[in-house]
Design a protein around this ligand. Structure first.
Ligand SMILES: Nc1nc2c(c(=O)[nH]1)N[C@H]1C(S)=C(S)[C@@H](COP(=O)(O)OP(=O)(O)OC[C@H]3O[C@@H](n4cnc5c(=O)[nH]c(N)nc54)[C@H](O)[C@@H]3O)O[C@H]1N2
Ligand SMILES: Nc1nc2c(c(=O)[nH]1)N[C@H]1C(S)=C(S)[C@@H](COP(=O)(O)OP(=O)(O)OC[C@H]3O[C@@H](n4cnc5c(=O)[nH]c(N)nc54)[C@H](O)[C@@H]3O)O[C@H]1N2
Ligand code: SF4
Ligand SMILES: [Mo]
Length: 690
């Protein structure tokens, strides 16, 4: 017998079937519309992490003196955590305890975690790794449309456009089954444009590939709109009837003539003209992803691309408009139900009195007991162990040591805590620093809902039996809440939690109250807010979209004599995020990190393919084998972040609106390893297919 469920990894949440409760086998689920049976290799390999040797099956506590781990009972472990929480709060108040969540958690867990923080802990100090993911697009979407839903239409609508513009997305490697929409679009005569400093497998599918200097997408959008205005391509009726702010935007792009854009972005004037000509008079869809968004200017960059889509009259039109390709499995739902520092369930604002009253009512507490907004993810980590910051931290669903920007500094903050508790399936790099590690169920070992990149709520059904000794995050939160004397209820049955989430979200921007497990099963997922948004109006009170005049600022760190190249970071197909899961999956290749650089740059510093290269920034350094390719800009190097290293280099400059760190660009130097580093030839060569 097999059970229909969904992949443990990315935001496509591909449908799959699982057979064998103890030795799970993945097979296709053709009827699920999003992937129609297609899976990438991570999905096929998903069962590989199930019962492997590295799976944690007992709570562990670490002796700080000796560093040794010992297995303890669940009761002992939870008592110890509750004692630590009480001690921290007795010393400095509720905010001394912080919570860090993840966009891979189910809606039920994300909701329970937000409630646990605000009610059982009474802390304002909660945020999550989604802050590092789509927060710039979320903040731009809320400002422009009054609502943030990654794609406001089904993914398959991509095939109905005339020109698809992908800004900073490498979906052929980050959501491979989605790439078939690009192929089908082109088969029917549509065009694909890819904006990426590297010629990726996605760019290989493009009719036009623009290769900008990292961190300059905003200037590119301004220059494009300048040309569209000049060509008379702006839909003035739409702009007048459906938007506000157009005059300011039009004036702000007046000085962005192509030659100026070329100086900033490195995109030649004729290429920009070719793009503008391609968009004129056609149905256009613009999609952004992390390449454009993970910048200290990320939210303004997204606003600038939204302006392009609005000026052309595309948003709300079928097969056209703007969308953000979300990232983590529950990247969308994870940001709707209260893991975020400023948020209550249903995408409500924690500083809105009406929202507080509604949610407090569902939780059975006085609205005044609810804390206010807390610190954003990086600011929270940066404050750990400081006189004003939290002294205890609970982590669910993130491997911070690998994935946080300026990771050496963040690791030192984690080490400064009095209590670090990590709930995970494996001994991740972050769990390894913890005082208490709680082993939890994963993925199809339990039931829960996920909201995919289209806003489609899907049901990840339990299909396999969890190893003995592990508990669900929901059980952990309930056990802790009880020990902390919380009077609020923390149900552990996911369907019951989902029903409560529905009530808490009712009437909010992301209202799940009409969605049930049965409906999800019957309908192959249910879109919150409807399948397609914005056809008639936007979510602002006046129904109009807002256009904002945004300015190019450039990356926080520019190349200089000491750090002359741009460093950017991202993903490879066979690894997922911090690699905590995929590096432990034997059927996936784990070739280690590499430094991708152009032959001209490699030649200049005297390294050949596979040779060790040292990359250094103002924050740290790493050494990895060179992957010499002609497909990257000669002034830019790329390092994947799935292994410890890349984030020792990255910049913690934050976007002022979204608090997104600048993962996608900083200034770096590249060289052969320093002499003393050459001796231990511990670096392995990347496989040619990496
Ligand atoms: N295989 C795999 N798939 C994944 C994940 C994974 O870890 N592995 N993670 C999932 C998650 S959480 C996310 S958020 C998504 C991310 O999905 P993507 O956004 O597609 O992935 P990235 O590789 O981070 O970045 C995309 C591209 O941005 C380019 N880029 C770098 N700097 C710039 C710039 O300044 N401007 C522009 N225009 N492009 C730039 C990079 O060269 C890269 O090719 O993937 C999801 N899917
Ligand atoms: N340099 C650089 N850094 C980046 C990025 C980049 O492009 N460049 N991208 C950023 C982005 S977009 C993201 S999304 C982050 C992601 O980075 P992380 O936040 O580190 O995400 P994961 O590696 O998915 O970590 C999830 C952890 O939770 C565990 N886990 C899985 N399921 C469960 C569960 O149900 N419960 C619990 N308790 N644990 C579970 C996994 O084993 C794993 O250890 O990285 C960010 N960091
Ligand atoms: S594309 Fe994403 S959801 Fe689909 S199989 Fe691959 S990792 Fe899983
Ligand atoms: Mo992400």
């Amino acid at each position: 017998m097999s059970t229909a469920t969904h992949c443990p990894y990315c935001s496509l949440q591909c449908g799959m079937k699982l057979a064998g409760r103890r030795t799970p086998e993945v097979s296709t689920w053709e009827e699920f519309p999003v992937n129609q049976g297609a899976l990438c290799r991570k999905g096929w390999a998903a069962a590989g992490l199930y019962g492997g040797r590295e799976r944690l099956t007992s709570p562990l506590v670490r002796d700080r003196e000796t560093g040794e781990w010992s297995a303890v009972s669940w009761d002992d472990a939870l008592d110890r955590v509750a004692d630590g929480i009480r001690a921290a709060q007795a010393a400095g108040g509720p905010d001394r305890v912080a919570v860090f969540g993840g966009g891979g958690l189910t809606n039920e867990k994300a909701y329970a975690l937000g409630k646990f923080a605000r009610v059982a802990l009474g802390t304002s100090q909660i945020d999550y790794n989604g802050r590092w993911c789509m927060s710039s697009a979320a903040s731009a979407g809320i400002r422009a449309f009054g609502l943030d839903r990654g794609l406001p239409f089904p993914l398959a609508d991509v095939e109905e456009t005339d020109v698809l513009v992908l800004v900073g997305s490498n979906l052929a490697e980050t959501m491979p089954p989605a790439a078939r929409h690009l192929d089908r679009l082109r088969e029917r005569g549509g065009k694909v444009v890819v904006v990426d400093p590297r010629r990726t497998p996605t760019a290989d599918r493009a009719d036009l590939h623009l290769q900008p200097v990292p961190g300059t997408d905003l200037a590119l959008a301004l220059g494009l709109l300048h040309l569209l205005v000049a060509a008379g391509a702006v839909d003035t009726t739409y702009v007048t009837e459906r938007t506000t702010g157009w005059e300011d935007v039009r004036d702000s792009v007046a000085s962005w003539w192509p030659e100026r854009v070329e100086r900033v972005t490195g995109i030649e004037a004729h290429e920009l003209r070719a793009l503008a000509a391609m968009l004129t008079g056609r149905k256009v869809m613009v999609l952004t992803a992390r390449g454009a968004e993970q910048h200290s200017t990320g939210s303004d960059t997204v606003l600038a691309w939204i302006n392009v889509a609005l000026a052309l009259g595309m948003v709300g039109r079928r097969g056209a408009g703007y969308g953000c390709l979300t990232g983590q499995g529950n990247g969308q739902g994870g940001r709707e139900h209260g893991q975020k520092a400023d948020q209550l369930p249903g995408y409500r604002r924690i500083d809105d009195p009406a929202a507080r009253a509604h949610v407090a009512g569902v939780w059975g507490i006085d609205p005044d007991e609810l804390p206010g907004p807390g610190r954003s993810a990086y600011e929270l980590l940066d404050a750990l162990g400081t006189p004003d910051g939290p002294s205890a931290l609970l982590v669910l669903g993130s491997n911070i040591v690998v994935s946080a920007p300026r990771a050496t500094h963040v690791t030192s903050r984690l080490e400064a805590l009095d209590l670090l508790v990590v709930c995970d399936l494996v001994m991740s790099e972050t769990a390894a620093l913890a005082d208490v590690v709680l082993p939890v169920t994963q993925w199809a070992e339990e039931t829960g809902t996920m909201t995919n990149l289209e806003g489609r709520v899907v049901l990840r059904q339990r299909a396999i039996t969890a190893p003995s000794g592990v508990r669900s995050d929901l059980d952990v939160l309930a056990g802790l809440a009880e020990r902390l004397g919380s009077t609020a209820s923390f149900p552990t049955d996911p369907e019951e939690v989902f029903a409560e989430l529905g009530r808490a979200s009712a009437g909010g921007p992301a209202d799940y109250s009409a969605i049930t497990y049965d409906r999800i099963r019957d309908e192959h997922g249910v879109f919150w807010g409807g399948e397609r948004l914005f056809a008639e109006s936007f979510a602002h009170p006046d129904g109009r979209a807002r256009m904002y005049a945004v300015e190019h600022r450039g990356a926080a760190e520019q190349p200089c004599a000491d750090y002359p190249v741009h460093l950017t970071t991202g993903r490879v197909l066979a690894q997922y995020q911090s690699g905590a899961q995929t590096r432990r999956t034997r059927s996936l290749p784990d070739d280690g990190p590499f430094v991708e650089l152009h032959p001209l740059l490699a030649g200049r510093i005297g390294v050949g393919p596979g040779d060790a290269v040292r990359v250094a920034t103002r924050r740290g350094e790493m050494t990895a084998p060179a992957k010499v390719v002609p497909t990257i800009r000669p002034d830019t190097v790329f390092v994947p972040f799935h292994w410890v290293g890349a984030n020792r280099l990255t910049n913690d400059a934050l976007d002022p609106a979204s608090r997104m760190p600048e993962f996608k660009v900083c200034a770096a130097s590249v060289s052969p390893p320093l002499v003393e580093q050459r001796a231990p030839a511990s670096v392995s060569k990347p496989r040619s297919s990496a």
